[in-house]
Ligand binder design. Structure first.
Ligand code: G3P
Length: 218
């Protein structure tokens, strides 16, 4: 499973890269807005920090403008993946960009039907949002499972990216379901590594070692 950091913050990315487990980055207009830097400049800086897929989202609303904006974004760096929101205009833009050999990450996916359209349009990645579905009381993970089944049935190469991740279990369940990528907020990375029994066991190891050796030499 590839791990992407779901952030446009450079300091957070540098911290995450120290873990040695981050394969790429996803941004979106809200994450970019938090940094207060135009998307072109911020994703260029991100590409200078990490050698992996970096998703940069278009904000145009019609297919022709989305495609033109996507071509501009793709020219920033070879690692840029152009993020395009679903909808009729988005699917048309993905088809056009795919024809140009430009990789796309189709985002704001909330149904298997949308994911099927994205794969047929030539999407490189489909971003299926788990947390926002859970937030309204529906089983978000079923979306991942349905997409995995459909893509396997027809051999689609589009990579399934589990997005809108709220915690450790979302990552584990998405991995069990067969998602190719999980995009994680930094806080989820920190949650994943912790377990109370690990902390308890380590404290006991340290205490036993101290009693056996440090007291002797004291
Ligand atoms: O960046 C795409 C997605 O992971 C954002 O989801 O629900 O945390 O805004 P959310």
């Amino acid at each position: 499973m590839k791990f992407f950091l779901d952030s446009a913050n450079l300091e957070e990315l540098k911290k995450a890269l120290d873990w040695g487990v981050i394969d790429g980055v996803t941004t979106n207009p809200s994450l970019i807005a938090k940094e207060g830097v135009p998307v072109e400049d911020q994703v260029r800086r991100i590409c200078e920090i990490i050698d992996g897929d970096v998703s940069a989202e278009v904000v145009s609303t019609c297919a022709r403008d989305m495609a033109a904006e996507g071509r501009r974004l793709a020219r920033i760096h070879r690692n840029i993946v152009v993020k395009v929101p679903l909808g009729e205009e988005g699917i048309k833009a993905v088809a056009a960009l795919s024809q140009d050999g430009i990789r796309t990450n189709v985002t704001l996916c909330f149904s298997a039907a949308q994911a099927l359209l994205a794969a047929k349009a030539g999407a490189y990645i489909i971003s299926a949002f788990i947390g926002r579905v859970d937030d309204i009381g529906w089983p978000g993970m079923d979306l991942i499972r349905d997409i995995v089944t459909i893509y396997r049935n027809y051999g689609y190469k589009t990579q399934i990216l589990a997005a809108s991740i709220r915690g450790t279990l979302d990552v584990v369940d998405a991995a069990k379901a067969g998602a190719h990528i999980g995009t994680l907020p930094y806080k989820v990375l920190e949650q994943m590594v912790k377990h109370p029994l690990t902390e308890k066991g380590l404290a006991q190891f340290m205490e036993d070692h101290r009693k056996a050796f440090e007291l002797v030499t004291a």
